[in-house]
Design a protein around this ligand. Structure first.
Ligand code: GLU
Length: 278
């Protein structure tokens, strides 16, 4: 080759995109889930990436095999496909246990003996719109009873900033927006936060597409990636879908489940058409 001649290289993305669909099979998927999964699917396909299907079925009281099957059938009916999985979190307990041990050895977590009631009564501030109370850190200096759970010791006052690809710049303050959170329960094993961060790390996920109700979870999981040495993925938090009264759709709100819309004769095209209005 003489100077100036450039050999053509096949086009290859620098880091190949890996996304995931992570339904919790505790009910039929509603339109809000379907839309988030549709967005995840589209973003992955546009980037010629790999899509992983992960069933988040840790809560064995609430998750049922019939909902797990329905989620797969309904998403396939809608036109979604994936390249890996389903992986079942309920079958990955030993992996999460190994990660808990890593956090224990590095001192990132501590045992807590507080009951649910004690946590509620001692919380530092009302937790608006978040599922986990803002724990006052009572057991940071040592417990006064049996271990009920292990908590991640958050760096109080540290600001976590990240650019969300849908919602823009986000800032959360550890110890103010969320407190020391549960990573493991003695009766029940890994929390959603731990299992999700471990799986996103191990599965090499490069972008997480999820509902914007999980923004605070993202901030918590950011700390877990760091503590476990996994690179944080990019994030795209979809706006939540509200019903006609402005209330967030829930799994128990069956009228807008994919299952009942299918049974009423809706076609995938009609459902996808509704997404374009939101
Ligand atoms: N499993 C969660 C759900 O179905 C999603 C969790 C996530 O995207 O991290 O709402």
């Amino acid at each position: 080759m003489h100077a100036g001649m450039v050999r053509r290289q096949p086009k290859k993305p620098l880091v190949s995109y890996r996304g995931r669909l992570a339904p919790t099979p505790s009910g039929f998927l509603h339109l809000g889930h379907a839309r988030t999964f549709w967005v995840a699917h589209q973003r992955c396909r546009q980037r010629q990436g790999q899509l992983i299907y992960r069933q988040e079925d840790l809560d064995t009281d609430r998750c049922k095999p019939q909902f797990a099957l329905a989620a797969i059938e309904d998403l396939q009916w809608l036109g979604l496909s994936w390249d890996e999985g389903p992986y079942l979190q309920s079958q990955r307990m030993s992996i999460y246990a190994q990660h808990l041990q890593r956090l224990q050895s590095s001192g990132a977590v501590y045992p807590c003996s507080c009951s649910r009631k004690e946590v509620q009564n001692s919380q530092r501030a009302p937790n608006l719109g978040d599922e986990e109370p803002l724990y006052a850190g009572t057991c940071r200096q040592g417990m006064c009873g049996q271990t009920r759970c292990w908590r991640f010791r958050v760096p109080d006052g540290r600001k976590l900033r990240f650019l969300d690809l849908a919602q823009g710049q986000q800032t959360f303050e550890a110890g103010l927006d969320f407190g020391d959170f549960v990573v493991w329960r003695s009766q029940g094993g890994p929390s959603y936060q731990l299992a999700c961060a471990v799986d996103d790390g191990l599965m090499g996920i490069t972008e997480v597409v999820r509902g914007s109700d999980l923004l605070l979870s993202t901030a918590r999981q950011w700390l877990l990636y760091e503590a476990l040495g996994y690179p944080a993925p990019d994030f795209y938090h979809c706006p939540l879908v509200l019903d006609e009264h402005g209330v967030r759709l829930a799994k128990r709100y069956d009228a807008l489940s994919l299952r009942s819309l299918r049974q009423q004769g809706a076609t995938p095209a009609q459902i996808l058409d509704r997404f374009s209005d939101w």
